[in-house]
Design a protein around this ligand. Sequence first.
Ligand code: NAI
Length: 276
Amino acid sequence: MSMSIEDCQVARDGFPRPFPDTPANVLDQFRLTGRVAAVTGAAEGIGGAVADAYAEAGADVALLYNTNPAAIERAEALTKQHGIRAAAYKVDVSDAEAVRETIAKVAKDFGKIDIFVANAGMAISKPILDTSLDEYRKQLSVNVDGVVFCAKYVGEIFKAQGSGNLIITSSISAHIVNVPVDQPVYNGTKAFVTHFGKSLAREWREFARVNVVSPGFFDTKMGAGPDVLSEAYRLSVLGRQGHVKEIKGLFLYLASDASTYTTGSDMLVDGGYVLT
Ligand code: NAI
């Protein structure tokens, strides 16, 4: 039954909560000095750009990668260029025990984890009638299980620390049905992680913020393939794919004190793709 106006006016203990003790200067809000960030899929593409962004903003960075050892060189380069601490960790996000062990190792090596970006993903872009059950399960294991495992194990650390910040890379595919290639399984995995992230924002409200980034087409290995490129240019209002440097600012905003009142958000960065 709905509450009356009088019912709603009863003061609740502990409310309003205090404003955060964060800088008023906006550029200071964006600094990550002293923070520890971990990023999955950090060898290249969007995750690589995010790892760069966090190091450029002063954070120490753990670069989690699966098969591409470019993450090791990237970590070395970030250390040299920015005077921060960076290290690469090999982990398959679809392996729960490996995820648990790796996150525990990162926390031990760096002393804490302030920011975790669950970014790793993959796609087998096919209609369901052409998708084998193995192909279906593979996409679920990386895009859904991988995000759930990372969230579950880093969430335990956030809860113990009393603070944390989880950012999930979803997709415009959680908002729209992609054309012209049907890919219902990939789209479904991204819809799952978007709603999962919003749900965690409530579950973890006492100790961590959780937000979702939904990119449109970005020029990476997972960007628009030859079959969809022309249509991607047509449907993007800006007439092109994004460059990964154009997503760094959003991930920095969500990781930083500039976004302390932002949780449970799902932010599009898509060149206007979903407008059409
Ligand atoms: P990418 O292929 O450069 O990066 C994906 C990363 O995930 C790779 O480094 C890959 O090694 C890693 N990965 C895949 N399976 C893994 C596993 N089992 N364990 C650990 N890591 C694994 O592509 P991109 O574009 O940087 O993708 C990053 C995220 O952005 C993905 O979640 C993708 O779904 C999402 N996305 C990308 C878009 C695009 O147009 N590039 C559009 C919308 C979302």
